[in-house]
Design a protein around this ligand. Structure first.
Ligand code: C2E
Ligand code: MG
Ligand code: MG
Ligand code: MG
Length: 288
């Protein structure tokens, strides 16, 4: 550390780097305090079945209500990962979701809520124990929650990961591969793990109507998923034409602004009241 080198030594940090280091430290401290002050909240983005048009799931997404601002996860998740606070944050979100499930009990029949976990959280030695403890606290069944993780999570210790997944599958928890297609692992490798769902990354859906390569990739991800008995959901669906393409390609479920944005607890509750009504436009004729 530069401080230990004394006053007259050459400092490795340029002044402008110092500012960045200080900003980072302030951010860490703010996240730490934010956890204590309960400044983090959860919004819920509905997912719909392509065939029935009905709501079939929700994804829990964290937000940070800080200094009168609503901060999106891209601005703080990686910092929380770097300073070792992500596991606390992920379990804070998980507990908040379990509490919500116990309140929404009646509205949520057949609808699981998916929660994102960072690789670091999943690698924590207490991961499975902590999941069980929070579910027991709120009396949540395994089939009421789903765990989303990216492919990279499994790379650290495949055997350990498999064991943890098996322990949680045994109590009914399903797993989803998030951002699929952006990592380096093949589905052939991933089939060693008990995933129930594959989430095609938004970047492929974004240009599925304009880029033939993306269209071909999306079609093959859907059929590979189905060949392995895994259900396929597309994230980031914003247009009727994208939905039409996905319907033709046999995609099971969709998530995206076209169907619904991430919603506050209150607005989501409203939406759940009508969850058995088809809310998607008819897909016939709409395609690209
Ligand atoms: P993700 O898990 O892939 O979540 C989907 C992201 O896409 C969300 O961004 C969602 O708001 C956004 N999205 C959904 N539909 C559309 C669409 O039609 N168009 C566009 N342009 N975007 C759409 P968000 O909420 O900003 O979250 C970003 C990422 O932060 C998430 O990506 C996830 O990786 C991470 N994240 C969110 N909550 C948590 C959490 O509790 N723990 C951890 N570890 N990560 C989280
Ligand atoms: Mg996700
Ligand atoms: Mg995703
Ligand atoms: Mg994504």
């Amino acid at each position: 550390e530069a401080k230990h080198l004394g006053r007259n030594r050459i400092c490795m940090f340029k002044p402008e780097m110092n500012v960045l280091v200080q900003q980072r430290l302030q951010m860490e401290q703010a996240i730490r305090q934010g956890l204590i002050n309960q400044e983090f909240l959860v919004v819920y983005q509905p997912q719909a079945n392509v065939t029935t048009g009905q709501l079939c799931g929700l994804e829990a997404l964290v937000r940070w209500q800080h200094n009168q601002q609503m901060i999106a996860p891209d601005a703080f998740i990686s910092i929380a990962e770097q300073c070792g606070l992500i596991t606390e944050l992920d379990f804070y979100v998980f507990a908040s979701v379990c509490r919500q499930i116990s309140h929404w009990h009646a509205e949520l029949t057949d609808v699981a809520i998916a929660v994102n976990f960072s690789a670091l959280s999943f690698m924590d030695a207490q991961f499975v124990v902590r999941i069980h403890a929070i579910m027991a606290q709120y009396q949540i069944r395994g089939d009421q929650v789903k765990i989303e993780m990216t492919e990279s999570t499994l790379m650290h210790d495949a055997n350990e990961s498999l064991l943890k997944m098996q322990q949680l599958r045994a109590v009914g928890i399903h797993f989803s591969i998030d951002d699929f297609g952006t990592g380096y692992s093949s589905l052939a490798y991933l089939k060693r793990f008990p995933f129930s769902e594959l989430k095609i990354d938004r970047s492929f859906i974004n240009d599925v109507c304009t880029d033939p390569d993306s269209a071909a990739l999306v079609r093959s991800m859907i059929s590979m998923g189905h060949n392995l008995g895994i259900s396929v959901i597309a994230e980031g669906v914003e247009t009727a034409a994208q939905l039409g393409f996905l319907a033709k390609a046999g995609c099971d479920d969709i998530q995206g602004y076209f169907y619904a944005r991430p919603l506050s607890v209150e607005v989501c509750w409203e939406k759940l009241q009508h969850k058995n009504t088809a809310l998607l436009l008819p897909v016939t004729g709409l395609s690209c």
